[in-house]
Structures are given as C-alpha cells and as structure tokens.
Ligand binder design. Structure first.
Ligand SMILES: [Ca+2]
Length: 307
C-alpha cells in the first residue's frame, strides 16, 4: 500500500487538529459519577463526573459549542453557576442524557436534613447549619415532598382587625396576650384587595400592634392578618420553626422526622447564569424548591424546561 504523500499527511494533520478542537460534551451522574476523574474521562458516558461542585469548578473552561449533560432520573441539590459564554452559532448547552423514559434530571434548592432528632412533647428538634453558599436561612420545609407551614398564629385562616388601620399601627381587640408578647413577631397582613404587607412588631399592648414601618395601604376593620416569627407558635401538626441553629418540626402524623424525607429549602436559585454570560442553552432540566426564582440570568434559551 502506498504511503501518504506529504500533502495528504498535512491534510490528515489538519483534520485531526480539527477534531481536537471540536466541542466537548461532559457527563454528570449524581450516583455513579466520580469527581476525581479526568476531563477526558468525563467526556464518556461510562465515566462521568458527579457533583455540581465539580461543574462549578470547571464551567469557566467551557468553550462555545461545549455541552454539560446531566443523567436523567438523577437529582442534584445546590446551585449550578454558569459564567462561561457561547456564541451565536455555538452556544454552550446544559442539558440531559440517558433514557427518555426516565424523568428529567432535577436541580433542587433544598438539602436533606439527616441529623438526629430529639423529642420534646410533640416537637422534634435537630441542630441545622445553613450551607455557606446559600441565602442564609430556611424558607420552606418539605416532609416526603409535602410543603409544611412556617409556625404561625392562627394555625389556619386569619385574625381580623377590629379597627381601621392607619400608618404603622393596627388594632385587634381580640388579641388579649400580655403586653410585649408579640414584640419582634412578624405580621403578614392584607392591606388591600390585591396587596399584602410584611412588618415586624415593635411593640404590643392591649390589642394594639405598633409596626416597624408604615403599611403599604390602609386596611379596614375586618381585614385579615396572621403572625409568625416566634418559636411558641409551633403548636400544630405540619408546622416548623428555625431559630438560626435548631430546626423544630411537628410532623403531619406525629411520627419522628427520622422516618421521613425532610428537605430544607436554603437556596435562592438552583441555576444562576451570570450577567456576563451569553449564548447559553438550557434544556431538559427540572428545577425546583428554591426560595426565589428557580433560574436567574439573561441571554439564554429555555427548552422543555419545567419547575
Ligand atoms: Ca401555630
């Protein structure tokens, strides 16, 4: 067989080089993945990377036309940050791989609470530290996928104003608790047919609440409000409270949280596309359980995306 001419060899070299700089696809699997694998290994479905931490560490190296694909049927907790950019003809793609019979990969803003619980009366408590890269508080608790209620009074429905409100004062003559009892509680109040307001109680006495600021309307007698932000309001099944160090909960059926999947929503957004990033295509992902928007950013396309 004749050997390749020099020009053929050059052509072969150029084509090979073309292959080398072609776009790369990186695979992620939250169960079978391994972050210690090389970038070359992670370009094969059989040897994927594992975590969002790994994605966030490598994402700035993504080139126009590159893809990062997450295995269907899997779930990631935390935040996926993208600051890399594609271009108009070669966007960077974030999407899914695996059997289309499997559910879309899930990106959740909640973390599992797995620490040991102690029981006092009907209330279960556990130490809980907010992850460092989050919003800094818990905004929701889910038990077996069902959203619980942040401890409040009344336990359902509304208290009602007994006088028209004005400025930063509301009155409910039916609130007979001791002076100061509601100090520092948070009131959520309907202030018009289409508005609510959230205010902190600065002082309380004789049914009169003084609030930290003027209401965004002048609710009339009969308008509804409820109170939260005090640990003593945790007194009904499905309520929870967090004081910054300890998470407390009354499960719907009274059983220990250890017998259930407990999820704490701690992230604002599961998917954050930096303001500088552009030409990012997001497809085939499910994003859920965030306190703010599930996805934040500009200059990206959404395809077959659900929240
Ligand atoms: Ca309550």
């Amino acid at each position: 067989m004749p050997s390749m001419s020099m020009s053929m060899k050059c052509l072969f070299f150029v084509l090979s080089l073309g292959c080398l700089v072609q776009s790369a696809t990186y695979y992620f699997d939250s169960l079978g993945g391994d972050d210690s694998r090389t970038a070359s290994q992670a370009q094969m479905q059989a040897t994927p990377w594992k975590s969002l931490t790994k994605f966030n560490a490598i994402q700035s190296t993504l080139q126009p036309g590159d893809s990062a694909l997450f295995l269907r049927g899997r779930r990631w907790q935390g935040r996926l940050d993208i600051s890399a950019s594609g271009n108009i003809s070669q966007p960077i793609s974030i999407g899914a791989y695996g059997s289309t019979n499997d559910a879309l990969p899930i990106f959740s803003g909640a973390v599992n609470v797995t620490s040991a619980w102690t029981k006092t009366g009907s209330i279960y408590s556990t130490p809980f530290t907010i992850p460092a890269d989050t919003q800094g508080t818990i905004t929701d608790i889910f038990v077996d996928g069902k959203r619980m209620t942040y401890a409040r009074a009344p336990n359902s429905g509304w208290y009602r104003l007994t006088s028209d409100a004005s400025g930063s004062t509301i009155v409910d003559a039916n609130r007979t608790e001791a002076s100061g009892y509601w100090n520092n509680a948070v009131v959520r109040i309907r202030t018009s047919h289409y508005l609510y307001d959230i205010q902190t109680v600065t002082s309380f006495a004789n049914g009169v609440f003084n609030l930290g600021g003027n209401l965004n309307g002048q609710p009339s007698a009969g308008y509804g409000y409820f109170l939260e932000g005090k640990s003593s309001l945790l007194d009904a099944p499905s309520e929870w409270f967090y004081d910054g160090t300890t998470l407390s909960i009354m499960t719907p059926d009274g059983t220990s949280p250890a017998q259930h999947l407990i999820e704490a929503v701690v992230y604002n957004s599961s998917l954050v596309i930096s303001g500088q990033a552009s030409y990012i295509t997001i497809s085939n992902m499910r994003v859920e359980k965030n306190s703010d928007t599930n996805i934040r950013g500009t200059h990206f396309l959404l395809r077959e995306f659900s929240t």
